[in-house]
Structures are given as C-alpha cells and as structure tokens.
Design a protein around this ligand. Structure first.
Ligand code: T1G
Length: 706
C-alpha cells in the first residue's frame, strides 16, 4: 500500500523516486534507503510514509539484492516524533513500517551513526541486520518521557540481548556504545571507521555473497527459551530501578511487557506492549515529562540572543576557592578535558581542595564509573596556585569564595588586575548582586554569574546570571560551555537569589513557621518527599549545614536554627542537626530538637495545633509558585518553563509533575490563588498574591500560555 507523504503526491514508486524526507537509490544491486529529516530524523508521519513507499519500491525491483537503511545528518533516527504525541495517530504507524521491513524477501540492514534512540532503534530491531560506526550509540530512552518502548522494543530487544540486559537498557534509558552493542548481540558488526555508507554497502554485499540467513528478530527464541521462568531477572531489575520510578507506573509496565516477551507469542506480546504504552502516553506523568523534554531545549534559546552570536574561545579555566563548591566546579571543566588552575589563599586549603578532587575521582574509579586512565587524565589537567597571577592566561575564571559581598568584591578587584583582556570573569554567588560585583571590573561586559548547584560536579543545573552589562557574546559562550560540561543552563536576571534560591527562601519561611505553629521537621520533610522531592527542607539544611550564613559572633540565639547551631547541632557534619545521625548518616527524629521546638514555640506565644499534610504542602508550594509569578513579571526568568527546569535540575523537583509552574497550571491557578488568599487572611503578607497570578486567573489563562 502506498502512502500520501505530502502535497497529496501519489505515484508509482520508482527506484530513483525521491521524497523530501526519504529517498531511495540503487548502488550496485543494493537499495539504499536514506532518511533525511533534520534535525534528528524523527519518525514523523512523512518519514514513516516515505519509508513504507521506499521499501515497497525496493521490494518490487528484481535487481535489488539487499537493502540498507541509513540516515543523513548528524544521527540515525532518534525516535518517534514526540510532537505527535497526544494527537490523533496518523498512518502509517511505526508497526506498519516494521511490517514492511519484515516482509522483505531480501536482507535489510540498518546502518547506524549518531544516536539510534527509541523508535529509531526499534526500527533497526525489525531489520535483519544492524551495523554501526564506532562512535554510534543505541538506546531506548522512553522512560525519560514517562513511557516505555512502544515500537516493539520490549518484545524484540529481549530476543536479541536477553531479558536482563533489555530491562537494564529500557529502565535506565541510557544508550550504549557500538562496541558494547556488538558484545551484547544488539548489532552484527561495528564498521571499520566512520564512513557509514561505504561500510554499510560492504556489509550488505558480504551478506549477499554469503547468502546469510535472513533471521527476523521476532522469530528468535534462544534468549527467551533461556530466560523464561527466571524470576531473578525481574527481581534484580526492580531492585536496581525501583526508587527511580516513584510516582509513576512505569516500572510495573516495563516489567509486564518484558515478561510478556518471554511468555507470550510475539503478536500477543506486541498487543500487550501497545496496551501498556497507551496507558502511559495518556498519563499526566508522561505529559509532564514531555513538557520537561521541550522545556529543557527551550531554556537553551536565550531571548534577545541572535542565532549565530559569536562566542569566545574557552580553553583554559581558573577557579578561585578550593572549597566544596570550588572543587566541584573545577571537576566539571576537568571532566570536559579543560585544564584548570585552582587558586587558594593558603597551602593547607589548596592541599585540602586538591585532595578532595583526587578522592572524588578515586571514588568514581572504585565504583566502576570511571577508568583509572580517565581519572588520571583529568587530574593531569589540574594545577594549584596561591597567587592569582597564575590565572593571567585563563580564558575563564570562576570565583567560588566565601558568600559575602565584601569578600567577593575584594577578589574581583584583584582578579581584574591580573586577568587577561577578554577573559570571562564569573562569580558563583548564590544570591548576591552580580552587577555590584561587575562594577569593580574594567570590563563589566565580560562579567556574569555562573551559579552551580551543590554538589557542583553532580547537579545538572547552571543558572547563568546575566548582568546589566554582560555582553551577548559572553552569554552565548556561557550557554555553549554549559552544554560542553553537561549542564542544563538557564539564563536568569539579577535579584536576590535569582530564580531557584529566591523561591526556596519562600518555602523556608513557611517551613520554619510551621514548626512554631505545630508541625515537626520530620512532618514537613515527609510531606515534601511524599510529593516527590528528594528531601525536605530540614533534611536539606542538615546536609548543607545549619551554620551556612550563621556565625557564633553574631548569633542572637533566638530562632530554632540559631539555638541548634549554638548547641553544636550544625547538621550531618556534626552528627546532629534537626535530626540525629548515626555513623552511616541515617537520620532519626530528635527528642532534643522536639523539646527545643516546643520551648521556642511556647516562648513566642504560639498555641500549637495539629497541622494537616495538605496545609503543609500548600504552605510550602503556593508561596514558591507565587514568587515564580513575580519572577516572571519582573523578567528575571524568560519563561515559566525555565523556572520548571531550574527546580527540576537544581533541586530535584519530580519531573513527572513537570516543575512548579507546570504543576500550578495543572492544579489550576484559581486553586492556587484561592489558597494564597485563604492563608493571607490568617498568615499575612507572605501570601499576598502576585499581580500576574491574579491577571492570569482573571483571563482564564495559565503560566504556560505566556
Ligand atoms: N521528536 C521530536 N523532536 C525532537 C526529538 C524527537 N524525538 N528529538 C529531538 N528533537 C528536537 C528537539 O526538540 C530540538 O528541537 C532538536 O530536535 C534538536 O534536539 C515509539 C515512543 C537525539 C540526543 O527520547 O535525546 O521513540 O529546539 O537540542 O543536543 O518507542 O535530541 O531545535 O526546535 O536535543 O544534538 C524517543 C530525544 C522518543 C530522543 C540529539 N527518543 N532526543 O541531541 O539536539 S519516544 C528520544 C534526544 C519514542 C518509541 C517511543 C536528543 C538527541 P529545537 P537537541 P542534541
């Protein structure tokens, strides 16, 4: 059956028939089907229809001895077209394309480069053979969209590599390289070099010459016969990935689908997969995670920054401050292969910082996450110095010194005197006024904030703080550098706390107030971890240290936090904070802290009451959402979805609820506004609704409509 690809064209397929998205040419008896649909050759309706027509044309040509499927551009098919989700399906389906391939009476080989992901890999699994260039990666990342492979991946992959490895690939969503894919039996050959077409044609000719059997993946039984009935496979997968899928039914669905590949005939297994996929794709969790996918990419588009803005070269980096943040920041650049000069004020501090970095790499090697060679290569790029003069040749310098304006301004004044002309000078401040820091530089247009989140070598978020005078080229360079070091960057404006910490401050205010009104730290933390956050505000304070921003000299001993610090309960690092910690840092509620809270509450005249979980959740989240509305109204964030990305990648907000602003839209801004007004009546100004929120409710719109 032929499909109308576009412009209602309908004609008999010919060998040299060319579509805009899929073309077919014959090269010495080998039909080469090429997909050319930038940017990632996603399986749109046009591509699917073009593929069916191309394979039909190849099938009808007696001169064709074999077929090779390749892609133009930077990658093999990177999956279904995510923009089509949630819309009425359009024929042909991916299954129909796969059926056209499996119906071929001549061998079909998928030739992979770039990243064969999701539906792209599933299409390759329906081919008789798969080859890949050495740099290729292959994966099924559907779980990152709240889905499971819906193109036969849960049925064909276990038949090729076994259920255990299939479950690992599907549940991790992490692609594997060509060599690992060959070793696992996922592909038949790694091509000798990156010349994809030549390698693929040579492979196809060898298959024809050997008259190699055309095994359809769906017919293979060696692995399924071996795995059937082995419950340890599923128990291991659930143990390894159970925690990651809190709040969604994905784990159960993936396990059921893969189990079906062992116990059901292929077509029934496909039907089960389709049913389970349909449930997930219709779920609010998947809609939220698809929102996050596009929001991450939107964040990379900086309003007012013209495409093609020239960027500056960054090949050497200096970091001032070898503490927790400075060391983590340095590791980001070392991991990207950039030499780093780490500067401290004393040899002891420098030695401590260097030792921590070394220990982190040794830990990665011990956990099998990094080879010794790679760790050594990174450490070879690290040098230390006690004098800022050592930073004179750096293209980028990041300061990560003590978080007070006086210290940062002093550092910037000295740094400005030694930095080379054109160097980018960045402050890692979490809150402070970047413009006030830039004012001390000869070139304020080369000054910005690069706000990393602790632990800086782990958390994906980077708030790129755009100063009033920061040049577009410097912003463009920061965005490019963020991608290079594997960060998700969000451009934010200058205000106290920028986006993430400004909203966090609102939550902290309420969390502390709730303690005096009737809740305990473990009540508040439980409500927020049940919501899906990795930890609540009090556990987070214990991790970061209660004495952040506190000093014995200035402490007034008034608040619960101050008294805890005065008593030496400064968090995990002292074995006690809001919680008591055992040697393994396991937290337990503290009777001493409970007594202190009751004492301070009584001292301040509170009549304690039982606070419901719902009130705790609303009191913590609504003021954050309200602050987000103010941040949008002030232009500190360009989009509501940027705020979502800040919270997902900076604080672990559960992606399956889409981020605070997306969550508010789904809840209904009217509900948030009513809640704010209710609490304003009893708790005052902190709940006064943002004008933008009131406007949107009046207009019946959401943050996503901005
Ligand atoms: N569908 C639609 N658009 C996509 C897309 C996709 N699958 N992948 C990328 N784009 C757009 C993206 O929005 C951006 O658009 C541009 O391409 C460049 O992307 C049936 C159901 C392939 C590793 O999850 O991981 O198959 O912003 O900036 O950094 O079982 O894109 O330019 O307008 O990310 O070079 C499964 C998702 C889908 C892969 C390239 N596949 N993509 O990274 O470019 S579900 C995925 C990626 C599925 C089947 C199931 C990455 C990339 P714009 P980019 P990149």
């Amino acid at each position: 059956m032929l499909y109308l690809c576009h412009e209602n064209r309908r004609e008999e397929p010919t060998m040299d028939r060319t579509d805009t998205e899929v073309s077919l040419d014959i090269d010495g008896g080998i039909a080469v089907v090429t997909v050319d649909s930038p940017p990632v050759n996603a399986l749109s309706q046009v591509v699917r229809a073009g593929l069916v027509n191309a394979f039909e044309a190849a099938r009808r040509d007696p001169a064709v001895e074999a077929v090779v499927l390749v892609c133009a551009g930077k990658t093999f098919i990177a999956g279904a077209d995510i923009t089509e989700f949630g819309k009425p399906p359009q024929a042909p389906s991916l299954a129909e394309v796969q059926a056209a391939i499996e119906a071929m009476d001549r061998p079909v080989t998928a030739a992979i480069h770039g990243t064969a992901l999701g539906g792209g890999l599933e299409l390759a699994l329906a081919c008789h053979f798969r080859v890949a260039v050495p740099s290729a990666k292959l994966g099924l990342p559907e779980v990152k969209l709240g889905l499971l492979p819906g193109g036969g991946g849960t049925q064909r992959l276990p038949r090729l590599v076994g259920a255990a490895r299939a479950l690992e690939m599907i549940l991790s969503g992490t692609p594997i390289g060509a060599a690992a894919a060959k070793a696992a039996g996922l592909i038949d050959a790694v091509l000798p070099d990156e010349d994809l077409r030549a390698g693929a044609l040579a492979f196809a000719r060898s298959i024809v010459a050997e008259d190699a059997p055309r095994n359809r993946t769906r017919d293979r039984t060696d692995w399924t016969d071996r795995d059937r009935g082995d419950e340890t496979i599923f128990a291991a997968a659930e143990k390894a990935h159970g925690r990651k899928f809190r709040g969604t039914s994905q784990l159960g669905h993936v396990v059921a689908a893969v189990r079906g590949s062992l116990e059901l005939p292929f077509e029934e297994g496909l039907a089960l997969e389709r049913k389970l996929f349909a449930e997930l794709v219709a779920s609010p969790q998947s809609a939220a995670m698809r929102h996050v996918f596009f929001a991450e990419r939107q964040a990379g588009k900086v309003p007012g920054l013209k495409a093609g803005t020239p960027t500056l070269s960054v090949e050497t980096v200096g970091v001032i401050g070898a503490g927790t943040m400075g060391g983590g920041i340095a590791m980001n650049f070392l991991n990207a292969g950039l030499p780093v000069t780490l500067v401290e004020t004393t040899q002891a501090a420098l030695d401590r910082g260097m030792a921590t970095i070394r220990a982190n790499y040794e830990g990665s090697v011990q956990r099998g996450r990094m080879s010794e060679t790679d760790a050594a290569a990174r450490l070879a790029l690290l040098s230390g110095a006690l004098d800022m003069e050592a930073l004179a040749g750096c293209d980028l310098v990041v300061e990560a010194v003590f978080e007070t304006m006086a210290v940062k301004q002093a550092v910037f004044s000295r740094l400005d005197a030694v930095a080379k002309p054109g160097a980018i000078l960045a402050t890692n401040t979490s809150y402070l006024d970047v413009d006030a820091i830039a004012a001390l530089a000869n070139w304020p247009e080369h000054v910005l904030g690069l706000h990393f989140f602790s632990p800086a070598n782990v958390m994906k978020l980077l708030e790129v703080v755009r100063g009033a005078k920061t040049a577009p080229a410097v912003i463009a360079t920061a965005m490019q550098l963020a991608k290079r070091i594997g960060k998700t960057a969000v451009v934010v404006g200058v205000c106290h706390g920028f986006v993430g910490n400004r909203m966090l401050a609102q939550r902290k205010l309420q969390a502390d107030a709730l303690l005096l009104e009737g809740a305990m730290p473990w009540d508040v933390d439980r409500v927020l971890t049940d919501f899906g956050l990795p930890m609540g505000p009090f556990a987070m304070s214990d991790l970061a240290g209660l004495d952040l921003g506190w000093s014995a000299e200035t402490s007034k001993g008034e608040t619960v936090r101050e008294i805890l610090c005065e008593r030496g309960r400064r968090g995990q690092k002292t074995g006690a904070g809001f919680y008591d910690y055992d040697a393994a840092r396991k937290a337990t509620p503290s009777a001493d802290v409970e007594a202190l809270i009751l004492e301070v509450s009584a001292r301040d005249g509170y009549v304690r009451r039982s606070v419901s979980d719902q009130e705790i959740l609303e009191r913590c989240l609504y003021p954050m959402i309200n602050e987000g509305a103010k941040i949008l109204d002030e232009g500190i964030a360009a989009r509501a979805s940027d705020i979502d990305i800040v919270w997902i990648h900076g604080y672990g907000w559960p992606a399956y609820t889409g981020g605070p602003m997306y969550y508010a839209d789904r809840l209904g801004l009217g509900t948030v506004l009513a809640g704010l007004r209710r609490y304003e009546a009893t708790h005052g100004e902190a709940f006064h609704p943002a004008p933008l929120l009131e406007r949107l409710v009046a207009e019946g719109r959401g943050f996503g409509d901005l």
